[in-house]
Design a protein around this ligand. Sequence first.
Ligand SMILES: [Zn+2]
Length: 242
Amino acid sequence: MSTQIEALATLQQVDQSLRSKTLAVAEGEGRVAALEEAVKGQSEAASKARDEVAGLTARQNELEVKLGAAESKTKDRRMRITRIRNDKELGLAKREMEILKDEASTLETELVGVMEQAETAGAKADGLEAELARLTAERDRESAELKGKVGRLGGEIERERASRTELAQTIEEDLRRRYEMIFSRRGGLAVVEARGGICQGCRMHVPPQLFNEIQRNLDRVFICPSCQRILYFRVEAAQANG
Ligand SMILES: [Zn+2]
């Protein structure tokens, strides 16, 4: 028959395991969410860059069509000009040719600029997409791993919660409540050994009188005067240590 304090120490082991597993689950889920977020951000950036490329390509096509039209118009005027005999008409036609030439030259200048921009934007989009592919592969691989781990931990947590419930029932309610309060306030360490007269929770010396009491009354609850944790004494540990 184990003492209440021993049962508490066992409960504490289960609680510590639950605590670290619950933290690991939250950490795993947080990492999965961060990976998703990174892929989403990269995907948005890549698609924005691809839209920019599409816009520039559309402008490039538009300019090419306009330039083509201006060039064929010029060709047409050049053929007509040979048939003009009237000086005034010839002057007008030459003027029109010049305007067409200027137009074609403006279009060409813009076209060259747009082609350069499209090339730069295309390279940027390629880079962003390559990074997106890398992030997606990383997310897929790491997420699968993490989800497996989270699932496994979830199963363990469920089993440990069930055994905790059973174990908790063997401990007097007031004591259990007191233990739970200390556990949450003292960083998951509520029941500690008073080994060799030293509290293993805060490493302070327990007053000798109190240490004697602890050793004589293994089933009574003693509180460390320094850290307010529940103290217990392990006979086997003391014997093993000589
Ligand atoms: Zn202490």
